[in-house]
Write a protein that binds this ligand. Structure first.
Ligand SMILES: Nc1ncnc2c1ncn2[C@@H]1O[C@H](COP(=O)(O)OP(=O)(O)OP(=O)(O)O)[C@@H](O)[C@H]1O
Ligand SMILES: [Mg+2]
Length: 471
């Protein structure tokens, strides 16, 4: 049995949710994991159940013990199911291609395995195999496609695009009775795959709404084995690299536009339905789309000039009448009477005449929603967004004047992923959603139109007559 395994270790494994058979399996193999690694391994075992997840993500910063955990978890799987076939895809430079042998000696000191260097296969006594695949570029992983793998583990997953990962996952299938195919991912924030990984793992994790995925965040602070020099090196980093690699901040990516966005500050779960006081100004905004999303927002501003994005309606492929119904429902659940809504601001496309002479805005008007032209300046809108986010990390902090309800999940997921437009640095890069509806900026556009309603200079104060309808 591995040294440093004592009562306390058993207790921490139990606290992390590790089932006893798994714990004995790991300890028997000489594998001693740290609390976050134990939590990730416990989640990997949930993949055994029909109702359990099929994808586990681990990491989120440099030095959090990702590579160590990756091998340990594959060993746990291999030891319990004879003949298991695993693929371990590792992002490596040419220089460290040979490192895998060191790694397996370090992580699996107590297991008899044989490593075939030429084939890159690690074989266990029970016939289970880990095939190691190394990649430097996305295209390198094509060499491993086409076969069937019971388990696939991708290290540095955000260095791969979503379509490349989807390609790899087509190989994640099994013909073994009692085994459920699964995939594990380790990674840091940033890189070309940042957005898909965040959407797939981080956003559901933050919302407490994980279904097929589970994520365990681990930074260098969760790894007591890391040498102080490595830790100090991470601490010397600045800018987005520090936030991504040291802090494991998922709201950062190289080229991120809204670098002052802080999920914990700007997203306010206390902004529930009925949050707006009766004397606050309220209004709606809308970015229209059919193939793309229609994203509508309900805003309010308090007497101090702090704006609140209270609620969101976002759907694609819907006709105008369905959107109007949803917007009406949004007002009702927020207990906002229609006559309080100052305006509904929309992008210019809804006012364009179609071939039949009709405008989308006419459709909305028929349902009682008279749309008005939003200020569509992209650069002004981005500047206003930035201004309202404030800067809580500055000394002294610049207090935000925009808060967003956690009902606005599309907007919350979208803002941190927005990038500078390389051709026009002061603008946000325009991005369309993919075929799955993922990754578009319609949410941001919809909210931007709304925010411009209270941009400086302020519009004249509305003099409200009770019961008067203003749109
Ligand atoms: N459970 C453990 N027991 C012993 N050593 C560990 C354990 N977990 C991690 N380590 C050690 O901590 C160091 C960093 O771990 P590892 O390389 O797995 O982190 P990483 O997240 O993959 O780092 P990077 O971001 O640089 O790829 C390594 O020396 C590793 O051997
Ligand atoms: Mg690593």
């Amino acid at each position: 049995m591995a040294s440093c395994v004592d009562e306390r270790y058993f207790a921490s494994a139990r606290d992390a949710g590790v089932p006893i058979d798994q714990l004995l399996n790991l300890v028997g193999a000489g594998i001693v994991l740290q609390p976050r690694q134990l939590a990730a391994s416990a989640m990997a075992r949930l993949c055994d159940f029909e109702w359990g997840p099929t994808e586990i993500g681990y990491g989120g910063a440099r030095g959090g013990g990702k590579s160590h955990w990756a091998i340990a978890q594959l060993a746990d799987d291999c030891l319990r199911y004879p003949g298991l076939k695993c693929l371990l895809l590792r992002k490596v430079g040419k220089a460290n291609r040979e490192n895998f042998e060191d790694l397996r000696r370090k992580v699996l000191p107590g297991i008899r395995t044989s490593y075939n260097k030429t084939e890159g296969t690690l074989t266990f006594a029970n016939g289970s195999v880990i095939k190691t695949g190394h990649f430097q570029n996305s295209s390198d992983v094509d060499a491993y496609l086409g076969l069937e793998y019971d388990v696939i583990l991708v290290e540095e997953a955000t260095t791969l695009t979503k379509s490349k990962v989807d390609d790899i996952l087509t190989c994640n299938r099994t013909s073994k009775p009692g085994w459920r195919p699964r995939a594990y991912f380790t990674t840091n924030p940033g890189n070309v795959g940042h957005a898909w990984f965040k959407a797939r793992f981080i956003d559901p994790w933050r919302r407490g709404a994980e279904t097929e995925t589970r994520f365990v965040q681990a930074t260098v602070r969760d790894n007591r084995h890391v040498d102080t020099g490595y830790h100090a090196k991470l601490k010397r980093l600045t800018g987005w690299k520090r936030r991504a690699w040291l802090d494991g901040d998922w709201d950062i990516a190289a080229g991120q536009y809204f670098t002052t966005w802080r999920h914990d500050t700007h997203v306010r779960p206390d902004i529930g339905y009925g949050f707006a006081e009766p004397d606050w100004r309220v209004w709606l905004s809308l970015d229209y789309g059919f193939a793309h999303y229609t994203a509508a927002y309900l805003f309010a501003i308090d007497g101090d000039g702090t704006a609140y994005c209270l609620d969101e309606h976002a759907q694609r492929g819907w006709l105008v009448d369905a959107h109007c119904e949803a917007i009406t429902a949004m007002l009702e659940r927020n207990r906002i009477a229609r006559h309080r809504v100052e305006t509904i601001l929309a992008g210019g496309d809804v006012f364009k005449r179609e071939s039949d002479g009709e405008r989308v805005s006419d459709d909305y008007e028929r349902h009682g929603y008279k749309l008005e032209r939003a200020n569509m300046s992209r650069v002004d809108g981005a500047a206003e967004f930035l201004r309202r986010l404030g800067d809580v990390d500055r000394t002294p902090p610049l207090r935000p004047s925009l808060y967003i309800s956690d009902h606005c999940s599309g907007l919350i997921d979208c803002i941190p992923g927005l990038m500078h437009d390389p051709a026009r640095g002061e603008d946000v890069k325009k991005v369309d959603c993919d075929d799955d509806g993922f990754g578009g900026d319609d949410y941001y556009d919809g909210a931007r139109y709304g925010l411009m309603h209270v941009a400086t200079p302020p519009p004249p104060k509305l003099i409200r007559t009770p019961g008067r309808r203003v749109f």
